[in-house]
Design a protein around this ligand. Structure first.
Ligand SMILES: [Zn+2]
Ligand SMILES: [Zn+2]
Length: 467
């Protein structure tokens, strides 16, 4: 058992060093031989302790074929956010067959699988379930050809362009190893299949459906995310702030419709929107303290139907990314001020409608936990394969679990083929990122590393009385 010292055991067991020396001496052995024997005994105990933490390649070999089959199946059959019904049931069936206590439909399509293994900490491992409205353009033989209806009823292509299929496959592989090796850990393992991460709503839906009241509440949580910034075999840890706060806004600007040839009879919302967009760009450049992370992006603008008609309203969608709570507040206030002022300047008949439609806090990696879990990851993957990474700009609703008091580590999993990554870097390029129609990880080594790292951190966390 890791973390238990000889000094804490009283009375000393038969194999306690002092008793061993006495026993060997009584048996007439030379002190040097006794010392060597004890050293060998300690080395073997240490080796077995490390072996208990890191999943052996044999353990990963045993679960890999099934994990890979699941990956291919999920990749070929992606489902959009909140519609992950088949995905959830595939996950649920496998976890149930492994012996987990599984509950489906937690917060929509969410899955909760629990494995109780004696007294000890409660630790959570989370995967996302959803795919994206992206048309796959990779050349893998199992590329998705799926199309589905989005929330607005549009027919859209669907692809696992963020790697959530690999996260699910890794979680099931890890789940199988944890069942087979119950003697290496104790406590309660809670596996979460979370819907609707891409639309930043699934974690909240699960919490509101009693994730932490109907089921054991974890004290510690772990999640990983695959990306093409790191080569396969490596994981990246970012202690402290991992990503950004995200806010999504929908703004409707009102005007007065009319004939395109007679602008004097109308109030043009397109011109007001155009001025608003440009002024919004001065928030990050002119208002926020230099050096503070601040992004204001207008991702779409929609107005009008025909070239000779002035529409009566226009709509635009914004995303705002920050790391500092004060800056976040400052930017949201500036957006409101500028949007209202530009509408007033343009003579709009009514104030613009500003809707705050989505928001999520940044993911914060507990620095002490990050430091602690670096050791089992290094033991599992090699010291050179656990690197410290800079914070990223994409956001994640995993922060909802952290905000509920689940101390966490959210780490990066290398997905890039090392040779392709080196070639791209040499050419000053990068490999297709998450959400690209060309996003494709180097599946086998990435999935193996994902499983090995999850097992390593879970065994470490589930071997401590107080994680
Ligand atoms: Zn994504
Ligand atoms: Zn993702």
């Amino acid at each position: 058992m890791i973390g238990k010292t000889f000094g804490s055991i009283y009375p000393p067991p038969l194999w306690h060093p002092h008793l061993l020396i006495t026993r060997f001496r009584l048996a007439g052995y030379h002190p040097r031989i006794i010392k060597t024997a004890i050293l060998l005994l300690f080395l073997s105990l240490t080796a077995s302790a490390i072996a208990q933490t890191a999943a052996s390649s044999k353990e990963v070999d045993a679960v890999y074929p099934q994990a890979h089959d699941l990956y291919v199946d999920l990749h070929q059959n992606p489902e959009l956010s909140t519609h992950e019904t088949q995905t959830a049931s595939k996950l649920a069936v496998r976890l149930q067959n492994l012996g987990y206590d599984v509950t489906e439909h937690v917060g929509g399509t969410g899955v909760v699988a629990i494995l109780r293994n004696g007294t000890g900490p409660t630790v959570m491992l989370r995967t996302e379930l959803d795919a994206l409205p992206v048309e796959e353009k990779t050349d893998v033989p199992y590329a998705s050809k799926v199309r589905a209806k989005d929330e607005a009823g549009n027919d859209v292509p669907v692809m696992h362009a963020c790697g959530h299929d690999l996260h699910m496959a890794a979680l099931v592989g890890t789940a199988a190893i944890m069942v087979k090796s119950r003697d290496t850990w104790h406590g309660t393992l809670v596996l979460i299949g979370q819907p609707a991460e891409e639309t930043i709503g699934g974690a909240k839906m699960m919490i509101e459906d009693g994730l932490f009241t109907r089921f054991p509440k974890p004290s510690v949580g772990v999640a990983l995310h695959i990306g093409n910034d790191l080569p396969v075999g490596q994981v990246g840890i970012t202690p402290g702030v991992y990503n950004t706060n995200a806010d999504s806004l929908r703004i409707t600007i009102y005007g007065k419709g009319g004939h395109g040839s007679a602008p004097q009879t109308a109030i043009d919302p397109i011109v007001i929107a155009a001025r608003t967009i440009l002024t919004l760009q001065t928030i990050a450049s002119r208002e926020v303290t230099p050096g503070e992370m601040a992004v204001v992006t207008v991702g779409y603008i929609r107005a009008g139907t025909k070239n000779n008609i002035i529409p009566d309203q226009g709509e635009m969608g914004l995303t705002v990314r920050t790391r500092n709570a004060g800056v976040r507040k400052q930017i949201l206030a500036a957006i409101t001020r500028i949007t209202k002022a530009e509408a007033l300047a343009g003579g709009a008949p009514q104030e613009p409608l500003i809707e705050h439609i989505e928001e999520t806090n940044l993911v914060y990696n507990d620095p002490t936990l990050a430091q602690r879990l670096r050791l089992p990851l290094e033991a599992a993957l090699g010291k050179e394969n656990v690197i410290t990474t800079e914070p990223v700009t994409p956001s994640e609703d995993y922060s909802v679990f952290i905000d509920q008091g689940v101390t966490s580590l959210y780490f990066s999993l290398g997905g890039a083929n090392p040779q392709k990554l080196a070639e791209a870097r040499a050419a000053g390029m990068s490999l297709p990122s998450n959400h690209s129609p060309f996003f494709v990880p180097d599946v086998e080594p990435a999935l193996r590393t994902g499983i090995a790292s999850e097992v390593a951190v879970l065994r470490n966390l589930l071997n401590r009385a107080k994680p």
